[in-house]
Write a protein that binds this ligand. Structure first.
Ligand code: XIL
Length: 367
């Protein structure tokens, strides 16, 4: 990135940088001079990572360089999901997830496993039909065993079950209406963890959940549903080691630091390690120019991260993507003004953005 040249004193430089930052010019002298999120995290103990696709690392060398520079952790964006791993009942295709693991190992990084059981991974016809026709327990058990054994001891953590709670579905215990629930009953969550632990007792096992950050009725009910699920798993001595807070944030959505703080404190009471697993910040509804949006995205991320970090033992912070050039959001959300979305710490040319600085401050332990 071109470094601006100021003939100002350091104090003036910092003041102008502050103004530039506020004006949204996007260039902060310390941001580009600063150590990478990887270096900051490996020093502070709060590891930073990102979700990536094996194809992106193969086809976009500048993305691969940025990932190697900034990340201590990788999460396969979809390579470990049923619909990618297992196109047919007897076909397990580990090649793309193995490519990501090799990339991680080559760069002395770790990889999070994501995700053994998720309702949205049920996409292939064979699986939809199987789950709708009273499937044998072995379909679930053998899948988890096969995948967890393949990566035994090689992953930093597993997201075993993802997004099992959705209060508005109106089911007992606020369980989400899911093919897994239909096929196996509410006990599928516990059994998934038990199968994963039986296959790989080394890797910490996480329950991962979304939409917990804001202040509305569904979120309030969902938070209670999640806490009740965690308590039930713990009561039944389920091998559950951690909680994944996805943190897909949206600027402008009603937010209460107080209610989020009390939820996060409840999570902390349950002696679970916490991973922030999928942070990104939607600017789809923010009016204004690029720099204004970048500043609002950064400010919102800072306020939510400060709340979470103050109340929970967070050990890793992952964003769902690293560069705006590759965000899942653009598959599904579109701005009225047609501008590209900017939810991630690096822009489309891999330049650090104000959100990057927020992550750096959070990881370094600064407020
Ligand atoms: C998303 C991927 O980013 C997309 O590429 C895919 O089409 C759908 O899944 N919560 C999760 C992730 O736990 O697995 C989802 O990833 C995003 C929402």
């Amino acid at each position: 990135m071109h470094r601006s040249r100021f003939s100002l004193s350091r104090r003036q430089l910092m003041a102008s940088a502050g103004a530039l930052a506020l004006s949204g010019a996007g260039w902060l002298p310390d941001m580009n001079d600063r150590a990478s999120l990887r270096e900051l995290g490996e020093k502070s103990g709060l590891l930073y990572g990102a979700a990536v696709q094996s194809r992106t690392l193969r086809e976009a060398p500048r993305m691969a360089q940025a990932v190697a520079r900034e990340c201590s952790l990788l999460t396969p964006e979809f390579e470990l999901k049923w619909n990618t791993l297992r196109p047919e009942p007897d076909v397990f295709n580990f090649s793309r997830a193995d490519q990501l693991l090799r990339f991680a190992e080559r760069h002395n990084m770790r990889m999070r496993g994501h995700v053994l059981v998720w309702y949205k991974s049920v996409r292939d016809k064979w699986l939809i039909e199987a789950l709708n026709n009273n499937p044998p327990e072995s379909l679930l058990a053998d899948h988890i065993r096969t995948v967890a054994e393949h990566y035994k001891g090689k992953l930093y953590a597993w997201d075993v079950v993802n997004e099992a709670i959705k209060a508005k579905d109106g089911l007992p215990d606020r369980m989400r209406a899911s093919p897994w629930l239909t096929a196996y009953g509410p006990g599928y969550v516990q059994r998934a963890f038990e199968y994963a632990y039986a296959a790989d007792p080394i890797t910490p096992l996480f329950y991962n959940e979304t939409n917990l950050e804001y202040d509305d009725e569904e979120t309030r009910l969902r938070r209670q549903g999640v806490l009740n699920l965690l308590d039930k798993l713990k009561r039944n001595n389920t091998p559950l080691h951690g909680f994944g807070l996805q943190m897909h944030l949206q600027v402008g959505r009603p937010y209460s630091p107080k209610s989020l703080a009390s939820f996060i404190a409840e999570i902390a009471k349950r002696n679970l390690e916490v991973h922030i697993t999928e942070l990104d910040v939607s600017d789809v509804d923010i009016p204004g120019d690029r720099d204004t949006r970048d500043r609002l995205v950064a400010d919102h991320a800072r306020e939510v991260l400060e709340t979470v970090m103050a109340h929970a033992p967070v050990t890793t912070l992952s964003t769902w993507g690293l560069s705006d050039a590759y965000t899942w959001m653009e598959d599904r959300y579109f701005r009225a003004d047609g501008a590209r979305l900017r939810p991630l710490p690096l822009d489309r040319d891999y330049n650090r953005k104000p959100l990057w600085s927020v992550l750096a401050d959070t990881i370094e332990g600064r407020k």
